[in-house]
Design a protein around this ligand. Structure first.
Ligand code: THU
Length: 160
């Protein structure tokens, strides 16, 4: 028997340590939480994508009385960007969440389904995406979704 150990490097930033563009992206994600449709969970998530051309696209969670029919903020933002700006690489995403009247103390990290969709985006545009996961106490940053999705299943597996 042998073991394989996988390690993930996560950088933890204070807001002041982020670049101006990153601050703008985080601010856009925070703002997007305000228009989330989260009447069932009251957990409001905002996502902001940075496109290669500098444009910022936002999305938020959209819930549904039939719970599984809702969609997370990350996928709402990504699908909008990919549908309307198919030629624009997505170079970064910031995510923030608002709960019980305030931004979360713990960082908000994308769910498994969103991680899979973010992987597809990286593969589609052949560009790693910087991921900024916000909390009021610090921001976790990784340089690629691959850091959050080890042993992933992607397009390569389907090659003949
Ligand atoms: N949610 C997101 O939008 N993004 C995440 O990363 C985690 C969860 C949403 C889904 C649902 O509307 C609510 O948060 C509670 O799970």
């Amino acid at each position: 028997m042998k073991e394989i150990n996988l390690t993930t490097k996560i950088s933890v930033y204070l807001l002041d340590e982020c670049t101006e563009t990153e601050k703008k992206l985080i601010e856009a994600a925070k703002k997007a939480t305000k228009s989330a449709y989260a009447r069932y969970s009251n957990f409001r998530v905002g996502a902001a994508l940075l496109l290669e051309n500098g444009e910022i696209i936002t999305g938020n969670n959209q819930e549904n009385a039939a719970y599984p029919s809702g969609l997370c903020a990350e996928r709402t933002a990504v699908f909008f960007a990919n549908a309307n700006y198919p030629d624009q690489k997505v170079v970064a995403i910031a995510v923030a969440a608002h709960n019980n009247g305030k931004f979360t103390k713990d960082v908000i990290t994308p769910c498994g389904a969103c991680r899979q969709v973010l992987l597809e985006v990286e593969n589609r545009y052949k560009t790693p995406m910087r991921i900024l996961m916000y909390s009021d106490e610090g921001i976790y940053v990784v340089d690629s979704i691959k850091s959050l999705l080890p042993l992933s299943f992607g397009d390569k597996m389907l090659e003949k």
